[in-house]
Design a protein around this ligand. Structure first.
Ligand code: ADP
Ligand code: MG
Length: 362
């Protein structure tokens, strides 16, 4: 374990942070050119930057307890350092001269649980570099650079939702993102609402293959309808000509887009919760990406006091559920449901609200 003081010994670093994100509505719509509605988590990743004392970059992550040394013109083959390397290299590709740096990472965003710790790391790193080097970059550019860093250096073919949400949202502001035009609108979370996220404890083993299958089905449905993507189809009646399962797959995408648009028009918390419940039913019945554990978890969440609605979040086949709750009730509902769910032999985990929320301070 390397301490912050030892890592920087004598120098005063620049510090910046960025949150994780959870998608409230708009699942499996992004690759159909549709709409998504994520919000930031209160859990954040904090990055501190100071000049290096030699010609190499030094990264240290407390979570990984791992120091990575990157020669100034070198290239990392694997590991978390590639996310930070990517942030440095995308800035170099823009023509910025990046001196050798020491970069220290502390985070309260759970890694690999679907709350996008990777985007939080990239956005926090780029924010710290922006301040340290005095770069003129706006928050949308930061998101685009963060995404490019993840694709080109960490080798993850991600969309831009996570980085946009991390860069533009906070825990009371959600992002309406049009994944075709990349138009964004930052919107307030409905008044009197609080977000709860619970992991089902089921790994998303099937998610990869089924994800590709669903993408192919959406492409086939759009082609059969003569549309370039399902985003351009808004009339559910037009789906009558499709064969199953394409008709149900397309119906999910079209109704899900409509739910996101409806929620973004400004609905109260109770109505927002109903849209989340409808989203889950659509993901379960039409898109067929739920599993019994996620259905059970959503039912338990809906039955808990103060919960307006719940749905699976992420690609499905495991992972987490998100619920909208009345203020002050998320922690209680989370504790109650966690006990019920795990009493049935599952290994659920309350991700949000988190027990400890350090990460914002270094
Ligand atoms: P997530 O859903 O959390 O974004 P990913 O698999 O996309 O899951 O990203 C997780 C990866 O991001 C980790 O394996 C690690 O390489 C990197 N990462 C995220 N947070 C940290 C951190 N605090 N310290 C070091 N690496 C991190
Ligand atoms: Mg990620």
């Amino acid at each position: 374990m390397i301490t912050f003081d030892k890592f920087f010994a004598g120098s005063t670093p620049v510090v910046a942070s960025a949150p994780g994100r959870v998608n409230l509505l708009g699942e499996h719509t992004d690759y159909n050119d549709g709409f998504v509605l994520p919000i930031a988590t209160p859990m954040r990743t904090t990055v501190a930057v100071a000049p290096s004392r030699d010609d190499a970059h030094y990264f240290y992550s407390e979570e990984m307890d791992d120091q990575v040394i990157l020669p100034r013109r070198g290239r990392l083959a694997s590991g978390y350092g590639r996310y930070i390397e990517g942030c440095i290299r995308v800035l170099e590709q823009l023509g910025h001269e990046i001196p050798p740096l020491r970069i220290f990472v502390r985070s309260s965003v759970p890694v690999g649980s679907g709350l996008s710790s990777s985007a939080a790391l990239e956005v926090a790193t780029l924010r710290a570099l922006r301040t340290h080097l005095g770069l003129a970059l706006d928050d949308v550019q930061i998101a685009q650079l963060a995404r490019n860093a993840e694709v080109a250096y960490a080798g993850v073919q991600c969309g831009i939702m996570d980085q946009m949400a991390s860069s533009l949202c906070d825990e009371t502001h959600m992002l309406f993102l049009d994944t075709r035009s990349l138009d964004t609108r930052v919107l307030s979370l409905p008044a009197h609402a609080e977000v709860l996220v619970m992991d089902s404890g089921v790994a998303r083993t099937l998610a990869g293959s089924k994800y590709n299958e669903r993408r192919a089905e959406c492409d086939a449905a759009a082609a059969a309808l003569g549309a370039s993507s399902l985003r351009d189809v808004t009339d559910v009646a037009a789906l009558a000509q499709l064969e199953e399962p394409l008709r149900r797959r397309a119906r999910h995408v079209i109704t899900e887009n409509a739910r996101v648009v409806r929620a973004a028009e400004g609905v109260d918390a109770a109505q927002f919760g109903r849209l989340m419940n409808e989203s889950h039913a659509s993901l379960r019945d039409d898109y067929e990406v739920s599993i019994p554990e996620l259905d059970t978890l959503c039912e338990m969440l809906r039955a808990a006091p103060g919960v307006y609605g719940a749905r699976l979040t992420g690609a499905g086949f495991g992972g987490a559920c998100v619920a909208l709750c009345a203020p002050g009730s998320a922690a209680g509902a989370g504790a109650l449901v966690l006990e019920q769910y795990n009493a049935a032999g599952h290994k659920g985990e309350l991700l949000m609200p988190a027990a400890t929320q350090h990460g914002g301070s270094l």
